[in-house]
Design a protein around this ligand. Structure first.
Ligand code: FAD
Ligand code: NAP
Length: 309
């Protein structure tokens, strides 16, 4: 019987492990199906993690985290968790290697994954001009022109954010109407340095060894346009990694919002006692490493307090 099972080994899961083990919990296992570190490992430049003065790659940033946690007794099982179920007063984890584990508490830290838009060059230039995170990468384009793809709340909010940093933002959307909130659309319309490129999709991005140098769009009539920008931000939706919470009958173990994010309170507690969610998987997540780490710490401190009460 584990004192605590942590599902996912990104910034939220690792920090939960650190605080749980330092808080005196004995049997704490982090189930991470790949290398610990999470999605930030795919980033080539991180410069907004507090206390780190240099610009680091995601891998460099995360490299010391597992070792720090293991020092206090956190164990890592490299296996995918298929499902977490309630089993009496405990939780049962079904693992991809057909084994099972019982735990008194569970923190779900499985993150979220930005969807791909599917244009040519998206993978080739990812991290070299193609980005899914304006908070992370916007500053690299200070006083330059950039493109944004998408017509939802995220795309429009991030376009507004970028318009405060960049000289100009081309907002590319495949339809005439946006699906974002009316007040956000109004803000967009009032911004002088945002140009709408509507009824258009991205055909391809192109560039050189240094990165993107342009974005080719095509409208619904087949007319092409060459935007000479060094960066494009794509916001075409997120996949919330909540599969582990889905029960055999496809109902979620705890309450989710319409978008599939886990509903938590300020202590990262879900609607089920003993089950917590931390990081990008939770509602209102700012989707930043520092925030995910803080969530993990918050959730673990709750588990520690409960164990000692
Ligand atoms: P994740 O990092 O997504 O970690 C989830 C982990 O769970 C993964 O390792 C995954 O393998 C594992 N997992 C999922 N399902 C299972 C399962 N069923 N069983 C076992 N393991 C599972 N943030 C910043 O603050 N600054 C930046 O500059 C920045 N740049 C970014 C650049 C890129 C390219 C990307 C993609 C993101 C960037 N972010 C940045 C965002 C940041 O990476 C995330 O906010 C953060 O990693 C979220 O942490 P998390 O622990 O919630 O989830
Ligand atoms: P979203 O609402 O699913 O919007 C995705 C956008 O990308 C849509 O405009 C869609 O076009 C477009 N798109 C999808 N696939 C594409 C492709 N392959 N190529 C080009 N464009 C593509 O995603 P989101 O904006 O991330 O928002 C997700 C959820 O979070 C929503 O419920 C949203 O309201 C919520 N959210 C709320 C806030 C807030 O309340 N402040 C902020 C952010 C997000 P179509 O419109 O044509 O489908």
């Amino acid at each position: 019987m584990l004192d605590l099972a942590i599902i996912g080994g990104g910034p939220a899961g690792l920090t939960a492990g650190l605080y749980a083990t330092r808080g005196g919990l004995k049997d704490v296992v982090m189930f991470e199906m790949g290398m610990p570190g999470g999605q930030i490992m795919n980033s080539s430049e991180v410069e907004n993690y507090p206390g780190i003065k240099e610009v680091l790659t995601g891998m460099e940033l995360m490299e010391p985290w597992p070792e720090q946690c293991m020092r206090f007794g956190l164990k890592h099982q490299m296996v995918q968790v298929v499902r977490v179920e309630k089993s009496g007063e405990y939780f049962k984890l079904l693992l991809a290697d057909d084994k099972e584990e019982l735990a008194k508490s569970v923190i779900v830290c499985t993150g979220a994954t930005p969807k791909k838009a599917g244009f040519d060059g998206e993978d080739e230039f990812f991290g070299k001009g193609v980005s899914t995170c304006a908070t992370c990468d916007g500053f690299f384009y200070k006083d330059k022109e950039v493109a944004v793809l998408g017509g939802g709340d995220t795309a429009l909010e991030e376009a507004l954010h970028l318009s405060n940093i960049c000289k100009k933002v081309y907002l590319i959307h495949r339809r005439e109407e946006f699906r974002a909130a009316p007040s956000t659309i109004e803000h967009i319309m009032n911004k002088d340095n945002i140009e709408l490129v509507l009824n258009s999709s991205v055909k391809n991005v192109y560039g050189d060894k240094m990165g993107v140098t342009g974005v080719m769009t095509v409208d619904n009539d087949g007319k092409e346009r060459d935007l000479k920008v060094p960066g494009i931000f794509t916001f075409v939706g997120m996949n919330i990694n909540n599969r582990v919470l889905m029960q055999e009958d496809e109902t979620p173990l705890c309450k989710l919002n319409d978008y599939g994010e886990v509903i938590v309170d300020l202590s990262m507690k879900t609607s089920i006692d003993g089950l917590y969610a931390a990081g990008d998987i939770r509602i209102f997540a700012p989707k930043q490493v520092v925030c995910a780490a803080a969530d993990g710490a918050t959730a673990a401190l709750q588990v520690v307090a409960k164990a000692h009460s």
